[in-house]
Design a protein around this ligand. Structure first.
Ligand code: MLT
Length: 205
């Protein structure tokens, strides 16, 4: 039976009721973040889709007009499609749809943030590495039962610190419990990011 909607994806069963939804950065694929997922939680199931948009051959989760300038109609459409995919995958693989934690890096963190803002019922928590504000929703979501970890690099040439701060504020205003951490790094993911997120994840139910 095919998933509807479907993405090229990897699914790795776990032995806890948590599933990590792994969302790669521009130019990545469904295999990239599997080792990161295992590092963050050795017991969780892992669901890792490949973004469907190609930018010069590089997979992404939504279209952009320029660096940091997003095609908002495309972003909304693809956010809904990804949220529907997660719900369909929960049925298909039999994992708990209310224990899904997004783990996104860069473009993957941006679509995870977009899901939080547009389809908050799909995620119980989110780890956002190098994220920005993907869009400002017309209606404020209720994120009062959602926990969010955001980490930024203080020397990130792609994402200004003010953007990440604004994302934390929007999420907090919607009721989310947000942990915001800055690391002396650029756009790349560093071991302290991963270690910080791993420790934070251990504190969740
Ligand atoms: C995006 O397009 O989502 C951001 O600019 C991050 C990236 O380069 O992927």
């Amino acid at each position: 039976m095919r998933l509807q909607p479907d993405f090229i994806h990897e699914f790795v069963p776990g032995n806890s009721d948590r599933t990590l939804l792994l969302l790669h950065g521009t130019g990545g694929n469904e295999r990239d973040l599997i080792p990161l997922g295992r590092q963050l939680d050795p017991r969780a199931a892992l669901l890792s889709p490949r973004g469907k948009v190609l930018e010069n051959g590089m997979p992404r989760f939504f279209r952009r007009l320029a660096e940091g300038v997003f095609d908002l109609e495309d972003l909304k459409k693809r956010t809904n499609e990804l949220a529907d995919f997660v719900a369909a995958a929960a049925q298909h693989y039999g994992f708990a749809g209310d224990k899904v934690v997004a783990v996104g890096y860069s473009n993957g963190a941006n679509i995870a943030a977009s899901m939080l803002l547009l389809r908050p019922e799909v995620l119980s928590a989110a780890i956002l590495f190098r994220a920005m504000v993907p869009l400002v929703p017309d209606t404020q979501p209720n994120l009062s039962s959602v926990r969010v970890w955001i980490s930024a690099g203080t020397n990130d040439p792609i994402i200004p610190a003010s953007e990440t701060k604004r994302l934390a504020e929007i999420s907090r205003n919607a009721g989310a419990d947000v942990t915001m951490r800055y690391f002396p790094a650029g756009h790349e993911l560093t071991p302290p990011d991963v270690e910080g997120a791993r420790e934070w994840l251990m504190t969740l139910e």
